[in-house]
Design a protein. Structure first.
Length: 487
């Protein structure tokens, strides 16, 4: 069991708390997203999709690995935290002003003047997002997972509710911009009121140097480009409407990663970082997490592939049909993304940000090549297919670097542990092919929903049989009964 000055907590308990909050948010977000998609047009989402890419990039510049380092460094004093927070204020003000100015050349590059007012609005979002880094990291470090969970639910409801009202009033992409601003602003106010970090007039940069990691910062930059190159290039060469379709499919494909992996990964780093010198202990416990993510990811990815039509139509309506091929392609990378997105926290827990950086460079290069080839030789479906291939290649790159080069264990043995998972995946995919004989021809929402349920029932039944046949259910039982971590 891990002890800190506030509370003893295990990964199991932390993950349970995080899961309750995450899945509550998922249900809420899906509901709000379905409502907004029926009010707004694809081009509205395309405009915000472009701007979100750049606000995210500026957030990466602002972060510099500070949030991760605050969690990792156990020797920071209140004085150090106060100086780091003050430094963040200077960075937040500077980057927000630069971003607002940057929206002018951006509007010329994409040939759309609307990016200027949207950029000025989202500079406010960038300010609060940057200011929130240190308070949020402190709450994670102190394992305040209940408070963080309540905050997630509250900000989702408040920001999405206001966005729907504004969208109904005809404010289009401004409604989505307001949603982003309100969410990060409420996050910051809540987190700051919980931590009460002191601001200083002058910043002692010696405190900042204690937590700055050039490798972590470089990884964040490269990882950003790997995750957003498709949006940037689709918007430039195919237009906002095509980006709107692609972005919707991409975000749906990310739901499993965000809401399976991110239930566990936010709690992995602050807890396992206590054991950064005990590689065998971290590996043993991490592999239990990997197996759970793998078994869940393979089913979700297979279901999303075979039910991509039903998912898009139920969520957004038939006028979003152009997103269906993209979702089908991207769903084939769900398994790799679900498992792979947990690897970064382990590099950090081991304190090896150099290998994390190398992984980011290799993965970013693979993704960029795939996206460029898709833009040059195809349409958004081709881009989605190439992105899918890149994400699966990146899985191999990341885990070779983690297992072989960082842990020093056998990569082949690691891969062999997934043989039962592959067998179950084949069974589920065969069931998916056979569901075409059990579903009905339907174009209305009732019939489409019935088909989605039929596919879920058949594929889910075969999945459970596979878990039993290959005795993989033991990992779910094990995670339920896992003992709290030792001191």
């Amino acid at each position: 069991m891990i002890k800190n000055d506030v509370k003893n907590i295990s990964i199991k308990k932390a993950a349970f708390i995080n899961a309750a909050a995450n899945y509550s948010c998922v249900i809420l977000q899906l509901g709000f997203s379905a409502v907004l998609a029926r009010i707004l047009l694809p081009e509205d989402y395309g405009v915000i999709g472009v701007m979100t890419v750049f606000t995210t990039f500026f957030s990466v510049l602002a972060n510099m690995g500070i949030g991760t380092a605050v969690i990792q460094n156990k020797e920071l004093s209140d004085y150090d935290v106060s100086n780091i927070f003050t430094f963040n204020l200077y960075v937040a003000v500077g980057l927000s002003i630069i971003f607002a100015i940057f929206s002018v050349p951006l509007s010329k590059f994409y040939g759309n003047s609307v990016y200027i007012p949207i950029g000025c609005l989202l500079s406010v979002s960038l300010f609060f997002s940057t200011m929130n880094m240190v308070p949020n990291a402190l709450l994670m470090k102190e394992k305040k997972f209940v408070r963080i969970g309540l905050r997630m639910i509250t900000t989702t409801v408040v920001s999405s509710g206001i966005a729907i009202v504004l969208a109904k009033l005809g404010l289009k992409y401004y409604a989505l911009a307001a949603q982003s601003i309100i969410q990060v602003m409420v996050n910051f106010i809540w987190n700051y009121s919980s931590t009460r970090i002191k601001l200083r007039i002058k910043c002692d940069f010696g405190s900042v140097k204690k937590i700055f990691s050039s490798y972590q910062f470089a990884f964040n930059v490269f990882n950003y480009f790997a995750r957003n190159a498709d949006n940037l290039l689709v918007a430039k060469f195919m237009g906002d409407t095509q980006l709107g379709y692609y972005d919707k499919a991409y975000k749906l494909a990310l739901y499993p990663e965000q809401n399976l992996t991110h239930v566990i990964t936010p709690v992995i780093h602050p807890i396992l970082s206590e054991y950064q010198d005990d590689k065998a202990y971290i590996y043993e416990n991490y592999m239990k997490i990997v197996k759970i993510l793998s078994l869940l990811g393979l089913f979700v990815g297979a279901y999303m592939y075979f039910a991509s039509y039903e998912i898009i139509c139920m969520m957004f309506g038939e006028h979003w049909a152009a997103a269906i091929p993209c979702l089908a392609m991207l769903s084939l990378s769900v398994w790799a993304q679900v498992v792979n997105s947990s690897s970064g926290a382990i590099f950090q827990s081991l304190g090896n940000t150099k290998n994390l950086f190398i992984t980011g460079v290799l993965s970013s290069s693979t993704t960029l090549i795939g996206i460029v080839l898709g833009i040059v030789f195809g349409d958004i479906s081709t881009v989605a297919r190439n992105a899918m291939i890149s994400y699966n290649i990146n899985f191999m790159i990341s885990y070779f670097m983690l297992i072989k080069m960082t842990f020093g264990f056998s990569f082949l043995k690691f891969l062999k542990s997934f043989i039962p998972d592959v067998c179950i995946a084949v069974m589920v995919c065969i069931a998916g092919f056979l569901t075409r004989y059990a579903t009905i021809d339907a174009t209305n929402i009732v019939g489409i929903t019935i088909n989605a349920v039929i596919k879920l029932a058949i594929m889910g039944g075969v999945y459970v049989i596979g878990l039993i046949l290959f005795r993989q259910y033991k990992y779910f039982i094990e995670i339920i009964h896992i003992k709290k971590y030792r001191k």
